[in-house]
Design a binder for this molecule. Structure first.
Ligand SMILES: Cc1cc2nc3c(=O)[nH]c(=O)nc-3n(C[C@H](O)[C@H](O)[C@H](O)COP(=O)(O)O)c2cc1C
Length: 348
C-alpha cells in the first residue's frame, strides 16, 4: 500500500494511454478525472460523442470505453501500480463507467504490454496467406479469458458463416442513407483533425469480396477506392460475453484491447468487422450454436501484413478533466457524489 497521490505527470501519462484506445469511428467517447482522494482515476463515457444510428444501445461506446480502461490499467502497471477496477460504481449521477484505485504499489506483468499501446493500429489492408501459429492463438485466447470473455478463433466453416453475416449487414447498412451519412460525418479528409478516420487509414475493397470491409466512403465508394486481393481465408475471431449488459460491454472492450495489444507484440495486425454486431438479427446469428450461451460483442480479423496508417487523438488537455473542489468526485469505492462530467446514459 502507498499513500502516494498521482502527480500531474502521472495523470497525463495515464490519460494519454487511455486516449490511444480504439473506438468506433475513432469517436473517442471518454473523459478521465482524478478521484477526490488523488489516488485513482475515473473514466466517464462521453455520450456527446456517441454514434446513435450505428450504435443505438451504446454497446460500441461502452466497448470503446472498456478498451480505454484497459490501456489505463497497462499504463498504471507501467507506473508500478496495481489497479483495482470497479465497473459502473453506484453513487454519483452521472456515474463513471469505471474507477481505478491506483493506491497499491506492485509489479504486474501487464506493464509488458505498455509498448504495444503506441504500436497498435487498425490495419484494413490485405494480409498474407499465413496462419497464426497455434501457440499465439492460445495466448490470445488466454488474454480474453483473463477478462472473463471468450475469444473463439474460427475454423473455416464458421469464419465463412461470420463473413457472410458481415456482408449481409454491410449490404443493409449500405441501403440505409441515414447511417451512411452518420458514418461519413466521422471521415476526416482534411488534416489536422483530433478524431475520426483520415482517408489514409481506410483500406481497399476486396477484389474477390471475401472480406466485407466497411464502406466508409459510400456505395459505390466516393472517391473511388481501388480493389486489391485479400487473403484467401481470412482469420476471424469473435469475442463473446456471458451476459449482455453495459458491464459486459466494458469487459468485452477490455478483453479486445488485451487481445489486440498481445497480438501487436507478436507482430500480428488486426481490424474490426463490426457491421453484423450493429443489427439485432445478424448479431444474434453470430452466436455459434455449438459453443452454448453467450453474446458475441466483437468480430476481429487478424493476420500478418502492413500496419494501418495512424489516426489522430484528442489532446490530453481535453480528455483529462480536473478534480472538482469540495471532494465531490467519485471515490474509488464508487461512493462519491455528483460531478459535472459528461452525462452517462444508455441502458444500465
Ligand atoms: C466498437 C468498435 C467498432 C469498430 N468497428 C469497425 C468497423 O466496422 N470497421 C473498421 O474498419 N474499423 C472498426 N473499428 C476500428 C476503429 O475505426 C478504430 O479503432 C479507430 O478508427 C481508431 O484507429 P486505430 O484502431 O488505428 O487506433 C471499430 C472499433 C471499435 C472499438
Amino acid at each position: 500500500m502507498t499513500n502516494a497521490s498521482l502527480n500531474p505527470a502521472d495523470l497525463r501519462y495515464l490519460a494519454a494511454a487511455g486516449g490511444a484506445a480504439p473506438s468506433l469511428h475513432n469517436s473517442q467517447p471518454w473523459s478521465f478525472r482524478p478521484t477526490s482522494d488523488g489516488r485513482g482515476i475515473a473514466v466517464y463515457a462521453d455520450t456527446t460523442r456517441a454514434v446513435p444510428l450505428t450504435d443505438p444501445d451504446g454497446r460500441a461506446l461502452y466497448i470503446s470505453v472498456g478498451a480505454a480502461v484497459f490501456n489505463l490499467r497497462v499504463a498504471a502497471a507501467q507506473l508500478g501500480r496495481d489497479p483495482l477496477v470497479t465497473l459502473l460504481p453506484h453513487g454519483p449521477d452521472p456515474a463513471p463507467a469505471a474507477v481505478l484505485d491506483l493506491s497499491r504499489r506492485a509489479h504486474t506483468h501487464d506493464a509488458d504490454l505498455y509498448p504495444a499501446i503506441a504500436l497498435r493500429r487498425s490495419s484494413r489492408l490485405p494480409f498474407a496467406n499465413r496462419d497464426v501459429p497455434e501457440r499465439i492463438v492460445g495466448e490470445l485466447m488466454a488474454a480474453a479469458d483473463a477478462e472473463d470473455v471468450v475469444l473463439a478463433v474460427l475454423e473455416e466453416a464458421d469464419a465463412r458463416r461470420v463473413l457472410n453475416l458481415t456482408a449481409e449487414a454491410e449490404r443493409r447498412t449500405a441501403a440505409d442513407l441515414a447511417r451512411q451519412a452518420e458514418t461519413r460525418e466521422w471521415l476526416r479528409p482534411e488534416e489536422p483533425a483530433t478524431d475520426g478516420i483520415p482517408y489514409q487509414a481506410l483500406g481497399p475493397q476486396d477484389h474477390d469480396a471475401r472480406v466485407p470491409v466497411r464502406g466508409f466512403t459510400g456505395h459505390p465508394p466516393t472517391p473511388p477506392t481501388p480493389t486489391q486481393r485479400f487473403e484467401a481465408l481470412p482469420q476471424v475471431a469473435t469475442l463473446t460475453t456471458r451476459f449482455d449488459r453495459p458491464e459486459d460491454w466494458l469487459r468485452a472492450g477490455q478483453a479486445m484491447e488485451r487481445v489486440w495489444l498481445t497480438a501487436t507484440l507478436h507482430g500480428l495486425r488486426m481490424s474490426v468487422l463490426h457491421q453484423a454486431v450493429e443489427w439485432p438479427d445478424t448479431r444474434a446469428s453470430l452466436r455459434d450454436p455449438h459453443t452454448g450461451p453467450g453474446y458475441v460483442q466483437m468480430v476481429l480479423r487478424m493476420g500478418y501484413g502492413p500496419p494501418g496508417a495512424a489516426t489522430p487523438r484528442r489532446a490530453v488537455e481535453e480528455t483529462l478533466q480536473p478534480t472538482e473542489t469540495g471532494g465531490d468526485t467519485p471515490a474509488a469505492d464508487g461512493s462519491g457524489a455528483r460531478t459535472d462530467a459528461p452525462v452517462v446514459s444508455g441502458p444500465r
